[in-house]
Design a protein around this ligand. Structure first.
Ligand SMILES: Cc1cc2nc3c(=O)[nH]c(=O)nc-3n(C[C@H](O)[C@H](O)[C@H](O)COP(=O)(O)OP(=O)(O)OC[C@H]3O[C@@H](n4cnc5c(N)ncnc54)[C@H](O)[C@@H]3O)c2cc1C
Length: 448
């Protein structure tokens, strides 16, 4: 016989001066996207006490919650290129390969892209954090910062359960919007004129893969009939892992302003655009999309909003010439992918043997001395950032941020031992390891 249910209650009341709960850490990572994850896990491996904070009540940033769907910039150009970035990139690919058919490489015609299932990636993120000893604080938004000279001493976050203060020796700004350095009053950079559009991603199920039109055919029809459906963007991409009847559709352009009211309005308009794009697909390509239904919407996908002002402003010229910096910490050959006009985007590819690099100087703020940025808020011009913000280099930047904090003399990231750093990030800058066998390289299977 079970015990009688408990009926006892107690009366509680919030005290006026409820103290902040305080956590002390060696490293505080703000942002749990792919760059923040890489930084937090690497710092934990270095033996640091790490706290990772994110305003979303879930980990994984855009990679998981905006349903980005593919890892770009992880391999060199040409079909079956060599791997550019290691660290958690290997862990993720191994994890996805263990999940039945959760990993799929698209090799070609010029780039190698890794498709992933966002649910599987989300589980990797959660399992990795549980195993790592990193302390996650989710649903926590920056409220205010305490700055001492050129250093951030602590950051206060508000959560639905009350406020929390994180005191740390070093910080990683992996917020995507330079939210930490902005809130701390350090100078930041925004695009002068053109906005860079984001995208509302949508996952469709029940598609007939065999009848899938190419992206050129979809794009042409969007150009012809977009007005009829009220579409703003006139081109579309769909990512399909073969055999699943599911496609992640990237067919919209939405503004992603930094004003809170406007941002909310644009997020709703983005879902409206995505729904219209699905109507368009169902009606214009019924043989493939006639029975399709929306399985899920991602959170608004934000490309480029606000960046740090770093010690080095990476330029598109430096990308085009493949300038190899003394303090290079990441590399890629991903095209310039600038979404700066509503109906389309610039897409400028590089040759097969091309490589461009990201210097530590673009991650280190000009003034602040105990923060390193990683991911899509490093210092670059709009066109350069549109290439290096993809997830392959974001992973390398996260790793480098953890090592830079570890190697900072007296905790000052303006004084990092570059010889030691070069040794630690060697694989992400120098190694040329081909994942595919000679036979596969000799006989590449080109997918669409
Ligand atoms: C629609 C779209 C499609 C893309 N397609 C691809 C693709 O196919 N392949 C690819 O490799 N890349 C793609 N990219 C680029 C890539 O997804 C991003 O640049 C990359 O994910 C950025 O990672 P991040 O860790 O820098 O930032 P994010 O993933 O944006 O993470 C930042 C985190 O910081 C948190 N945060 C922000 N402000 C605060 C605050 N004030 N307080 C607390 N937390 C805060 C956010 O909640 C968020 O979780 C795409 C981007 C978009 C928008």
């Amino acid at each position: 016989m079970s015990a009688a249910p408990s009926t006892e209650t107690r009366i509680v009341r919030k005290s006026d001066n409820a103290a902040f709960q305080t956590i002390k850490a060696d490293v505080c990572v703000v942002g749990a996207g792919i760059a923040g994850m890489s930084a937090a896990l690497e710092a934990a491996k270095l033996g640091k006490k790490v706290v990772m904070v994110d305003s979303q009540p879930a980990l994984g940033g855009q990679a998981v919650n905006s349903i980005i769907a593919t890892f770009c910039g992880l391999f060199s150009n040409g079909t079956h290129g060599y791997q550019f970035t290691y660290g958690i990139a290997d862990d993720i690919m191994n994890y996805l390969a263990e999940q039945e058919s959760a990993i799929h490489f698209r090799n070609g015609p010029r780039t190698t892209v890794v498709y992933y299932d966002e649910v599987a990636l989300g589980r990797w993120v959660e399992e990795s954090i549980l195993r790592s000893g990193v302390v996650p604080v989710m649903g926590a938004m920056i409220l205010q910062t305490q700055v001492e000279g050129t250093r951030i001493a602590s950051v206060d976050f508000m959560t639905r359960y009350g406020a929390i203060r994180v005191e740390a020796d070093g910080f990683v700004d992996a917020s995507g919007d330079a939210a930490l350095l902005w809130n701390a009053g350090f100078e930041c950079r925004e695009p002068e004129k053109q906005t860079v559009f984001g995208t509302q991603m949508v996952v469709l199920e029940n598609i007939n893969e065999e009848q899938q039109p190419t992206r050129d055919v979809i794009g042409q029809r969007m150009k012809e009939k977009g007005d009829q459906y009220g579409l703003l963007r006139r081109e579309g991409l769909g990512f399909t892992i073969p055999g699943r009847g599911i496609a992640a559709m990237n067919m919209t352009h939405i503004e992603t302003p930094l004003d809170p009211v406007a941002a909310s309005q644009k997020a709703l308009e983005g879902k409206d655009q995505a729904s219209r794009a699905v109507d368009f697909l169902k009606q214009e390509f019924p043989e493939c999309f006639g029975n399709a239904r929306i399985r899920s919407f991602g959170l608004p996908g934000i490309r480029q909003t606000r960046w740090i002002v770093g010690q080095h402003h990476l330029t598109v010229e430096e990308l085009k010439t493949g300038k190899k910096f003394d303090d290079a910490i990441a590399r890629t050959a991903w095209p310039i992918e600038l979404h700066d006009h509503g109906d389309g985007h610039h897409w400028i590819t590089f040759d097969e043997d091309h490589v461009h690099y990201v210097p530590l100087g673009s991650l280190v703020p000009k003034t602040c001395t105990n923060v390193v940025a990683a991911g899509r808020c490093i210092d670059a011009d709009s066109a350069a950032l549109s290439s290096v913000r993809v997830m392959g280099p974001c992973i390398a930047m996260g790793m480098a941020a953890a090592h830079a904090l570890d190697l900072a003399e007296d905790g000052n990231v303006h004084n990092v031992d570059l010889d030691a750093l070069r040794a630690r990030v060697h694989d992400n800058v120098e190694t040329q390891h081909y994942r595919w066998t000679e036979a596969e390289l000799a006989n590449p299977v080109l997918a669409s």
